[in-house]
Design a protein around this ligand. Structure first.
Ligand code: ADP
Ligand code: MG
Length: 531
């Protein structure tokens, strides 16, 4: 009786795609995502202009940012985006590379599937290829440390080239390297670690020239809350207070700025006394700078400025925490808890001249530095911030591992050749998959050549010839379109960036290839839309 009757095991709000169709759909999605970012690769890559539904404009060359802004729907495409995001989180660079790798791996898988190679064989081959790739990376790594500042500057330069910040490139890379070198920590074994939170990047858009500045210490984009307070405090004793320095009832009443003692008299005696207690307690504790996470009532501001105390209100919690760490200070919840044991110290707290910000230098504990980026154009400042962020991250990676590879397609060509040589030693059908894996590394020199308007085929042939004759640093000079020694050309990257891109791309591709059934549960809203 049941013969021929389909057995329904899925709820009717689940959309199923299976077999070849599922594989095909995933391959197409990955290729599409890779296609969307590949034109941005390298120093001569193009930018993308992205407009959000609310009309905000972002112009960027940054793979992670582009993928983040495109709200992709396809599940496989979403996985690619999360690989790029993980790449950005973990190493701070190489997002376009990772995305291109996944696209290429899926494209190769498509060819293998058509030849009848089983997905599990492909995944196995990719895994062997990846392991070989990590070996080749290690063998070709160059080591360098904090003393090789010239190399670090090149690493930073390689990471920031291609972003539309040409006018600032030289100054920003120097600042990036100095900033990171300022905060490195060495343990007894000489191992270097860098805490990402020790380098703060602060952007300020205002009426100023585009420029970057390295400040030893902290910069916060807030200033004293009352003009009567000092602009500058030497030998600062800093109190961090999370409690509002106001009395709820007064808050709504005291909208007027208080500038004279008579106006203060207008307050009821009681309120005035209560508010004065805040200022008196602060004064008595010995603090001369106050950072308050909440608001400070006008009357309190008045009393504090009278006592020559610099106070800043509404400091974001994130900044309060960072201050507490760098200053070795404790955040207190009440002015009653203020004493020497909770204060932080700085040699100088000073309001900056051309912009609304306050600078804390000579902090006693911690080695925090701030890269201050100023400019008049938000879009430019944002791209500069992303570049600085990438630069800081790669210099940190580079210092922690002390291992580098030559970019511009040099390491990629080496990977391509060495994995291709390895494939026949494995044999069988897996060999085909390893050969395909090797091929994906051609996409980097290929794309670099293409994006700079040169013929990728000629360049690839030359590259392979050079590498076969032992010239391991031969890469693409994107300005001349010729193959050249790119170690000398100064295109140097932390090994970790490549490693992470290769690992996560092969893992993700292997996962996706083995999928032959996709069941997407639709939300009620989506169901309604599709009906
Ligand atoms: P990703 O998001 O992958 O970091 P990028 O747009 O930053 O993408 O491009 C990185 C690629 O560009 C790397 O392969 C790097 O070696 C290469 N590259 C960077 N600077 C140069 C240069 N001056 N000449 C040639 N290639 C370069
Ligand atoms: Mg990059």
């Amino acid at each position: 009786m049941l013969a021929g009757q389909p057995i329904v095991i899925l709820r009717d709000n689940v959309e199923e795609t299976s077999g070849m169709e599922a594989q095909h759909s995933n391959i197409m999605a990955c290729k599409a995502i890779a296609g969307a970012v590949r034109t941005t690769l390298g120093p001569r890559g193009m930018d993308k202009m992205l407009v959000s539904p609310s009309g905000d404009v972002v112009i960027t060359n940054d793979g992670a940012t582009i993928l983040h802004e495109l709200s992709v729907e396809h599940p496989a495409a979403k996985m690619v985006v999360s690989v790029a995001e993980a790449q950005d989180d973990e190493v701070g660079d190489g997002t376009t590379t990772a995305t291109i790798f996944i696209g290429a791996l899926m494209e190769e898988a498509e060819i293998l599937l058509k030849k009848g190679v089983h997905p599990t064989i492909i995944a196995k081959g990719y895994n062997l290829g990846m392991r070989k790739a990590l070996e080749v990376l290690k063998e070709n790594a160059i080591s360098a440390g904090p003393e090789n500042k010239d190399i670090l500057v090149k690493v930073a330069e390689t990471a920031v080239t291609g972003k539309s910040i040409e006018s600032m490139r030289e100054s920003i890379t120097k600042i990036i390297v100095d900033a990171v070198l300022d905060v490195i920590q060495k343990d007894e074994a000489g191992k270097i670690t860098v805490d990402e939170d020790d380098v703060r990047i602060k952007t300020i858009v205002g009426d100023s020239l585009d420029q970057a500045e390295l400040v030893t210490g902290f910069v916060i984009d807030k200033t004293r809350c009352d003009v009567g307070m000092p602009k500058k405090v030497e030998n600062a004793v800093i109190a961090l207070i999370s409690q509002p320095l106001e009395i709820k009832k007064t808050e709504t009443k005291s909208k007027i700025k208080i500038t004279s003692a008579e106006q203060v008299d207008a307050f009821s005696q009681k309120e005035k006394e209560n508010l004065k207690v805040f200022a008196d307690k602060i004064k008595a504790s010995g603090a001369n700078v106050v950072l308050c996470q909440k608001g400070i009532a006008d009357a309190v501001q008045y009393f504090l400025s009278h006592e020559n105390i610099l106070a800043i209100q509404d400091v974001p919690e994130k900044d309060m925490k960072a201050f507490s760490r760098a200053l070795g200070a404790t955040i207190v919840t009440s002015v009653n808890d203020l004493d020497d044991s909770v204060f932080g110290n700085a040699e100088l707290v000073e309001e900056l001249k051309d912009i609304k910000a306050t600078k804390f230098t000579g902090c006693k504990n911690g080695k925090t530095v701030s890269i201050l980026i100023k400019g008049s154009n938000q879009i430019f400042v944002d791209e500069l911030e992303r570049a600085a962020y990438d630069g800081v991250r790669v210099v940190m990676d580079a210092l922690e591992d002390g291992l580098f590879v030559v970019g511009a397609g040099a390491i990629d060509t080496e990977l391509n050749l060495r994995i291709s040589e390895y494939a026949p030693t494995v044999g069988g059908r897996i060999q085909l998959a390893i050969e395909s894996f090797a091929k994906i590394f051609e996409t980097i020199p290929n794309t670099l050549a293409e994006n700079s308007g040169h013929d990728p085929i000629d360049i690839l042939v030359d590259l392979k010839a050079e590498h076969s004759s032992g010239k391991k640093h031969a890469g693409v000079n994107v300005y001349t379109g010729k193959v050249a020694d790119m170690y000398e050309g100064g295109v140097i990257e932390p090994m970790r960036v490549k490693k992470q891109a290769i690992e996560s791309a092969s893992e993700t591709a292997s996962l996706l290839i083995r999928v032959d059934d996709m069941m997407v549960s639709k939300s009620a809203a989506q169901m309604a839309r599709s009906h």
